[in-house]
Design a protein around this ligand. Structure first.
Ligand code: FAD
Ligand code: SIN
Length: 529
């Protein structure tokens, strides 16, 4: 597989090893050489931290049609129904396969135990206690790890994609591989027949997020720079219930808690959700997050509270054992007291524009999982539909990749470091990172306005200019490349929000509080090349 220490070539390059990347790797490995890259360890993915479960029709009392209708309702008129149907109808098989490869889902009386979350009209979430992502990751890893055709590169961060146009070859723009930073600070050039981005979301654009550090939107930024369109980036899902606590600010309190009976209350113990929606705590997330935000602003409160006591101590300690244990470590006992919560950035409904197979605007480049926007989620994702999308897309993507005509790996130039000059003044990476996240949280959060978006864009432009002036003259490092990507992501989110002159799903503007009769996607076209 290796050409030299700094050059590799492979049949399939997969960037990202969450649910989407792992399943794609195991599907493609029997057919060729796979390089599977992640910029941390196998635990540093949103997949690893997924709590509630994976949605899919696994009970006689449920139906595909009902799952489709719930997904369309949550998506607020913007889902692509063909995509919804293609993904939902494959859910049962995917969950069966996860069971076969050893995912330890909870069971009751021999059948899968299904939990419930907001927006679902039935119990349809298969789960492994409150640590479903870890159980799925371990099962997928057990397939990937021993495979001789899969070379795993941990702590390797993709910097940019290599495209034919960028290197001045061929008329048609084609992805030829990627430049990857290794842990020693060297840049590897990986040439590949097919490249798959499975790089997850971008929650780190915000100050408060449930996402792990890896979620800095790298895949979307790389794809944009390579010439891909991006879609619906204004739809950022804020999870209503993240812990409000100095030492555990990004810890998620699963929606399954509300599914099993937990209630939202204010500091006086008043339950407020029935005033906002007849589904109360089980309304879709946009409604619950906005209600919490509204109550916090109205009452001048720092947080609201999740009261899990209606679930009962035994059920809490059994089903929610990890959340319960972690809270105890922080001095909070959810079996006896309400837990302080705030909404936090959780999921990116938009992403690289892709079809259900992950095909993007560029030949030889696929995008799957959270980094892609297929139209499944529309303007708001239905809880637990994301793991489902990752796995179904990975499966469809592998099938499509294997249908492509075989061609030799194209030779590509090594990373060009000729512009690097001796360091003068180092860019303030942490300060810029903090400024981006604070700007996005204060101006581009749950409630937006024209003026707030304009202010945010002005601030972002200054930071981007500073990064652009610095980037090519200095050795690349992981924190620098993440900063560059984060700033671009923030800019693209703001641009997308500015293009939507209505309120729909997760995008709410005080200047445009109505919903247009005609739903449309926001598509930004890259003029990179
Ligand atoms: P991820 O799992 O995020 O993996 C991204 C991968 O890309 C990582 O390996 C990372 O290292 C790698 N990467 C990123 N950038 C680079 C780069 N530049 N170079 C190399 N590698 C890179 N969804 C559900 O359906 N059910 C749930 O119960 C649920 N619970 C959740 C709980 C939490 C706390 C969070 C954060 C999310 C939850 N979600 C849930 C959402 C869901 O987990 C994610 O959408 C999904 O796991 C994304 O999977 P992925 O494979 O697309 O990306
Ligand atoms: C949760 O457990 O609340 C997260 C579920 C999801 O994001 O789909």
């Amino acid at each position: 597989m290796s050409v030299s220490a700094k050059q590799l070539k492979t049949d399939f390059l997969i960037i990202g090893s969450g649910a989407a990347g792992l399943l794609a790797a195991s599907r493609l490995a029997p057919h060729g050489q796979v390089i599977l890259v992640n910029k941390g360890t196998f635990q540093d993915s949103s997949t690893w931290y997924a709590q509630g479960g994976i949605a899919g029709v696994s009970s006689d009392k449920d139906s595909f049609e009902s799952h489709v209708q719930d997904t369309l309702a949550a998506g607020a008129g913007l889902c692509h129904e063909d995509v919804v149907r293609a993904i939902v109808r494959h859910g049962t098989e995917i969950i069966d396969e996860l069971v076969e490869i050893g995912t330890l889902f909870d069971r009751k009386n021999g059948a899968l135990h299904l939990t419930r979350e907001g927006g679902h009209s039935s119990r349809r979430i298969a789960h492994a206690k409150d640590a479903t992502g870890r159980a799925i990751s371990e099962a997928l890893l057990s397939q990937v790890a021993p495979h001789a055709n899969i070379q795993r590169l941990e702590q390797h961060a993709a910097i940019d994609l290599i495209t034919s146009r960028r290197i001045g070859k061929y008329q048609q723009n084609r992805c030829l591989g990627a430049y990857i930073l290794n842990p020693d600070g060297e840049v590897l050039t990986i040439a590949a027949k097919q490249t798959i981005l499975a790089t997850g979301g971008a929650g780190k654009v915000y100050l408060y997020t449930s996402n792990p550090h890896a979620a800095s939107g790298d895949g979307i930024a790389m794809a944009w720079r390579a010439g891909c369109s991006v879609m619906n980036l204004e739809f950022i899902q804020f999870h209503p219930t993240c812990l409000f606590h100095r030492q555990g600010s990004n810890m998620l309190l699963s929606e399954a808690l509300r599914g099993e009976g937990a209630q939202l209350v204010d500091q006086q113990g008043r339950r407020f959700m029935p005033e906002y929606d007849e589904r109360a705590e089980l309304a879709p997330r946009d409604i619950v997050a906005r209600a919490i935000d509204y109550e916090m602003k109205k009452q001048g409160a720092d947080c609201m509270y999740l009261d899990a006591r209606p679930i009962g101590k035994t059920a809490i300690v059994d089903h929610f054992r990890n959340i319960h244990a972690r809270l105890l470590e922080l001095g909070l006992d959810m079996t006896t007291e309400p837990i302080p919560v705030v909404p936090a950035a959780h999921y990116l409904c938009g992403g690289i524009k892709a079809d259900v197979h992950g095909r993007t605007d560029i030949e030889g480049l696929y995008a799957i999982g959270e980094t892609a926007a297929t139209g499944l989620h529309g303007a708001n994702r239905l809880a637990s539909n994301s793991l489902l999308e990752c796995l179904v897309m990975a499966d469809y993507c592998a099938t499509d990749v294997l249908k492509q005509p075989d061609m030799p790996v194209c030779p590509v130039p090594c990373w060009d470091a000729s512009g690097i000059v001796p360091e003068t003044e180092r860019i303030q990476i942490k300060q810029n990172w903090d400024e981006i996240r604070a700007t996005m949280s204060h101006y581009v959060g749950i409630v937006r306005s024209n003026e707030r978006l304009r202010r945010a864009r002005r601030r972002l432009r200054l930071i981007q200019d500073e990064i652009a002036a610095y980037y090519w003259k200095h050795p690349v490092s992981q924190d620098l490349l993440e900063l560059r990507n984060l700033a671009l992501m923030a800019e693209l989110i703001i641009q997308s929000a500015q293009q939507r002159h209505e309120s729909r799903g997760l995008h709410y503007s005080t200047d445009y509080p109505h919903t247009d009769a005609q739903a449309r996607d926001t598509i930004l076209k890259s003029d990179a090349l």
